[in-house]
Design a protein around this ligand. Structure first.
Ligand code: PHE
Length: 374
């Protein structure tokens, strides 16, 4: 700062000359106009209005002027500083408005974008099909009964009229968990080969009339291939009441097939043999795809029934009186019928699944097309 000088002419002081003040002001105004964003404007503000800015330094020079010159120089500098701070304020508002408008666009939420990028899983079709079958029977007054998958050999075989030396034991290749103790009259332990032991448990536990449906996982020592799996699912049903006949069995199964495949699907019973039912039969239904039209017509082959016209559903029959007796049910008073079939097989022909391995591998690409059927 220059020292006070009595004969001082403000016009002569370089920093306070009108052109000089105007130049500083114009420079400041140009810098303000050129500031492209709020950060830049802040830097311009510090440079043009801060303690070491040209106009602030010029302002300090005023103190060194003789009193008569102070007013005019002060007015000039004050005006220039006022213009600069006004321009700063205006530019600040402009840039803030620009920023707000940009933020509104950039940060807008597009409510039409999918919110559920994480795909919901689908229930396995074996579960949904099994529940669908259960529903058909529950609607007829049946109860759902469940039992253990590790089962005593007696409940899995003996009680069902399959004695240890009965050839039928080899019909169901069994996983043995514990062998029966040699020479002792003691049952071994197996992975159940069917859900029939649940029916036995029900008869042992409760008094007839009984109407139960037994869904569940069962095990047989089959290799996993396109048509076999060592772990599969069955649904078996059992009805025990006074006066039940084969006609009741037929009517019940007919209703089930119609509920699952359509009202016009016919069924037939084919004689068969099971140790636990007498008489026994195999239940067939007319192929729901070709309705028999593919039989003998090479022009119209049917993949669902292999052009046989009929699809085999499962085994059934009137409960063998020996089984009733083993379970404490009086065969003179009560009779009953039973039916059993595999869910995997039904899923194969109902949904054209060609390879059973797809059902057990757990690849979501298999289950997803079945959707979220509840
Ligand atoms: N339990 C038999 C099986 O698993 C199926 C069946 C059940 C057959 C009821 C007849 C009656 O092979």
């Amino acid at each position: 700062m220059s020292a006070p000088n009595k004969s001082y002419d403000p016009v002569e002081v370089e920093a306070l000359k009108p052109e000089e003040i105007a130049r500083m002001r114009d420079e400041a105004l140009a810098a303000i106009a050129a500031a492209g964003d709020l950060q830049e404007l802040h830097e311009v503000k510090v440079a043009q209005t801060g303690g070491t800015s040209p106009l602030a330094l010029a302002n300090r020079e005023i103190g060194a002027l003789p009193p008569q010159a102070k007013a005019e120089a002060g007015k000039r500098v004050g005006q220039a500083r006022g213009q600069v701070s006004q321009a700063l304020k205006a530019r600040q508002e402009e840039l803030e408005a620009e920023r707000d408008a940009r933020v509104l666009v950039e940060e807008a939420v597009d409510v039409t974008l999918p919110h559920d990028r994480v795909r919901a899983g689908a229930r396995h079709p074996l579960t949904t099909l099994s529940e669908r079958i259960e529903d058909v029977f529950v609607a007829m007054g049946y109860e759902v009964a469940e039992g253990p998958e590790v089962e005593s050999e007696w409940l899995n075989f003996d009680a069902l009229n399959i004695a240890p030396d009965h050839p039928a034991r080899t019909m169901q290749d069994t996983f043995f968990v514990e062998n029966a103790a040699a020479g002792e009259d003691q049952s071994g332990v197996v992975l159940r080969t069917h859900t029939s032991p649940v029916q036995i448990r029900t008869m042992l536990d409760r008094e007839p009339p009984l109407y139960v449906i037994c869904p569940g996982r069962v095990y047989r020592t089959d290799e996993l291939d396109a048509t076999h799996t060592p772990v599969f699912n069955q649904v078996e049903l059992l009805a025990i009441d006074e006066g039940l006949t084969m006609a009741d069995l037929r009517g019940t199964l007919d209703h089930m097939v119609k509920a699952l495949f359509g009202d016009d699907i016919k069924t037939r019973l084919r004689p068969n043999y099971f140790p636990f039912t007498e008489p026994s039969a195999e239940l067939d239904m007319v192929c729901y795809v070709c309705r028999g039209a593919s039989v003998g017509d090479p022009q119209r082959p049917c993949r669902t029934c292999s052009s046989e016209g009929w699809i085999e559903l499962g085994g059934c029959g009137m409960v063998n009186p020996r089984v009733l007796t083993a379970c404490g049910v009086d065969p003179e008073k009560y009779s009953g019928f039973a039916f059993g079939f595999g869910i995997e097989r039904m899923l194969m022909f109902r949904h054209n699944v060609e390879d059973m391995r797809d059902m057990v591998e757990g690849d979501v690409r298999f289950t997803r097309p079945f959707g979220m059927e509840i």
